[in-house]
Ligand binder design. Structure first.
Ligand SMILES: NC(=O)c1ccc[n+]([C@@H]2O[C@H](COP(=O)([O-])OP(=O)(O)OC[C@H]3O[C@@H](n4cnc5c(N)ncnc54)[C@H](O)[C@@H]3O)[C@@H](O)[C@H]2O)c1
Length: 319
């Protein structure tokens, strides 16, 4: 019988790819999501298209903050907790309560439900945002965690919850700190998605800051692979947290130039002041993930961007 995995936030960008990969590898997948309104339900339904109807996929529309969670853990040996409220810039002000609920409370309730269960691995989707403006680059897992956005604070709080449920109750948690994930089905609020749409529509692009800020970009299949490696890793007796970066560090200006080349179009750039909570640079030291898991990102920035452009163009042509 195939192993059963629970994937939270399965209608989202990363989790929908992960669920597809698990099914390809013959796992059974219980996927849960409540279709938060961070972006349109229609887009999330599209993310589920390949999954719905597959015999080893079971979907439930539930909110982790309120549903009785035990039934969804029945027979589950691995939990991939990808659900969360993403987005740095929208985490200020009134909407912070959504981040508290979907990132902190949802994680705490899921961990409570896992106490004493048969779960042998619990993988939490953390974020490079927990580092804030790191002083030493590339950043190691041992670097100070000093988030500079409310989003980062909630992702770090949930990481701490994972750690303390392991040490107090033996819930077998580990965390993957993703660095800016991109590729087909990227969230519509993310930079690459917006840049590609705007270049295609021949509109000017708004850049926050001078465009010289850099990110370590991770192709979605590489982020998924990191989860698969954790699933298949032999013994993980202790708490581990690993940086998951794609090794494709580039500035926003470099990305625009690359996109202009791929899309064979020129664009006009409007530079506006930097946004609160945006860090200047991210750059992952992934040597721990390489050493412990054999993690090695495979997709170059150019290949990954090509894949995202083709996906977005196909989508646009169907409208
Ligand atoms: N995309 C990135 O670059 C990136 C980088 C670092 C970390 N992460 C983390 O990875 C995870 C996935 O990110 P994504 O970009 O795929 O986001 P996404 O918004 O596409 O997916 C998250 C999904 O979780 C669901 N969800 C949220 N709260 C829930 C709740 N209480 N109950 C049930 N479902 C809930 C949402 O409806 C959504 O479909 C998030 O936890 C995010 O913080 C993402």
């Amino acid at each position: 019988m195939s192993e059963r995995c629970l994937v939270t936030g399965v209608a989202g960008f990363i989790a929908s790819h992960l669920a597809e990969k698990l099914l390809q590898e013959n796992y059974e997948v219980v996927g849960v999501d409540y279709f938060s309104d961070h972006y349109a339900r229609e887009v999330k339904e599209g993310n589920l298209q390949e999954l719905r109807g597959q015999p080893r996929f079971h979907f439930a529309e539930i909110n982790l903050c309120s549903a009785e969670l035990q039934p969804y853990l029945d027979g589950v040996s691995c939990v991939f907790h990808q659900a969360g409220q993403p987005g740095v810039r929208t985490s200020w002000g009134e909407d912070f309560h959504i981040y508290l609920k979907d990132n902190v409370l949802a994680t705490q309730r899921l961990l409570e439900a896992c106490k004493g269960s048969a779960v042998r691995r619990f993988v939490y989707a953390s974020s490079s945002s927990i580092y804030g403006d790191a002083l030493d680059l590339p950043v190691k897992e041992s670097s100070p965690a000093r988030p500079i956005s409310p989003y980062g604070v909630t992702k770090l709080a949930a990481e701490h919850l994972c750690y303390l449920y392991r040490t107090n109750f033996g819930v077998p948690t580990v965390a993957l700190r993703y660095f800016t994930v991109y590729g087909p089905r990227q969230r519509p609020d993310m930079a690459f998605y917006r840049f590609i749409t705007t270049i295609h529509q021949e509109q000017p692009i708004t850049i926050y800051g001078d465009g010289e800020q850099t990110r370590d970009f991770t192709f979605v299949a590489d982020a998924v692979e990191a989860n698969m490696l954790v699933l298949q890793a032999k013994a993980l007796q202790d708490w581990h947290v690993w940086n998951i970066g794609g090794g494709s560090r580039a500035s926003v200006n470099q990305i625009i130039t690359l996109l202009e080349r791929i899309m064979e179009r020129r664009t006009v750039l409007n530079y506006t002041p930097p946004q609160h909570g945006d860090v200047r640079h991210t750059w992952a030291d992934t040597s721990a993930a390489r050493r412990d898991l054999g993690f090695a990102p495979r997709t170059s920035l150019e290949e990954g961007l090509q894949a995202q452009v083709s996906w977005q163009m196909t989508k646009a042509s169907k409208r």
